[in-house]
Design a protein around this ligand. Structure first.
Ligand SMILES: Nc1ncnc2c1ncn2[C@@H]1O[C@H](COP(=O)(O)OP(=O)(O)O)[C@@H](O)[C@H]1O
Ligand SMILES: [Mg+2]
Length: 252
């Protein structure tokens, strides 16, 4: 399964992806996380050190061009670095979770990330996964990547929102775009839920119940401040990561 995530800035996309990665791994899935945020911080969230060593995917474009014509088909068909030497430099692995980083956009004006996104789009489309492999795509806030069609290759989009009007407004806008792009499965995920009032507000304003709601967790906040990995936190999460994985796998 190829799962992308979207939502307003700071609603918890990276956090939820990291928790999802930890839970998928626990349930026997092979997980590849792609950090496509121009200011990547998935490595820290997963507790992966030495993230600077990894080559950004953006540089893959050159390699792809070099290989074009030399090889039949796409080098992305096989995501196994043991077999596919091309991918080894672009991946970090720790505790069974693999990470790829799209690459930071350096210009102050936020210049076009078109080449990177082109590679990413191609990669998502071409990757062939077995039933026990999952790709998680963490993205920057907003709707641009939907406009660019970057996530068109995803099977599933999680739209994260907190129980606030602005978060929900963005979530609804994303949902509309995702439906237009034709992503097969699109789900709302609630985050930073404190009580029933929050749940009711979310359901009313979204027009449907979120697939899963993540509570506001002290353990998550503490871990983030202490720069500790959050992927195996259970405290205060009411098994939300477990519920999410069960829902995703059962509806697959
Ligand atoms: N369920 C949660 N409980 C407590 N803190 C959370 C939770 N989800 C996210 N956070 C905190 O909120 C902040 C923003 O989360 P982050 O995942 O980086 O958001 P995004 O990727 O959407 O910008 C981080 O400091 C994170 O630790
Ligand atoms: Mg993020």
């Amino acid at each position: 399964m190829k799962i992308a995530i979207s939502g307003k800035g700071g609603v918890g996309k990276t956090t939820i992806m990291a928790l999802l990665a930890g839970e998928l791994k626990k349930q026997g899935q092979k997980v590849l996380v792609i950090d496509a945020d121009p200011s990547p911080h998935m490595a820290e969230t997963l507790g992966i050190r030495d993230a600077k060593q990894v080559k950004p995917i953006a540089e893959m474009g050159v390699l792809l061009a070099e290989r074009a014509g030399k090889t039949q088909g796409s080098p992305f068909y096989n995501l196994n670095p043991e077999v596919n030497d091309l991918l080894r430099d672009f991946m970090l692995e720790q505790d069974g979770i693999r990470l790829m980083i799209l690459g930071a956009v350096q210009t102050a004006e936020g210049g076009c990330a078109c080449p990177e996104n082109h590679v990413l789009r191609k990669m998502l489309k071409k990757m062939l996964l077995t039933a026990n492999e999952t790709v998680l795509l963490d993205m920057e806030a907003g709707v641009e990547h939907l406009g660019r069609g970057t996530v068109a290759g995803a099977d599933c989009l999680l739209i994260v929102t907190i129980p606030s009007r602005s978060g929900i407004r963005t979530a609804l806008k994303i949902k509309k775009m995702a439906d237009d792009v034709g992503i097969p499965r699109v789900y709302f995920i609630g985050n930073l839920i404190q009580d029933e009032q929050d749940e009711i507000f979310l359901e009313q304003e979204l027009g449907e119940r979120p697939l899963v709601s993540f509570p506001d967790s002290k353990a998550v906040r503490r871990a983030e401040r202490a720069e500790q990995a959050i992927l195996s936190i259970k405290e205060g999460l009411d098994d939300a990561p477990g519920q999410l994985v069960r829902q995703l796998l059962s509806q697959g």
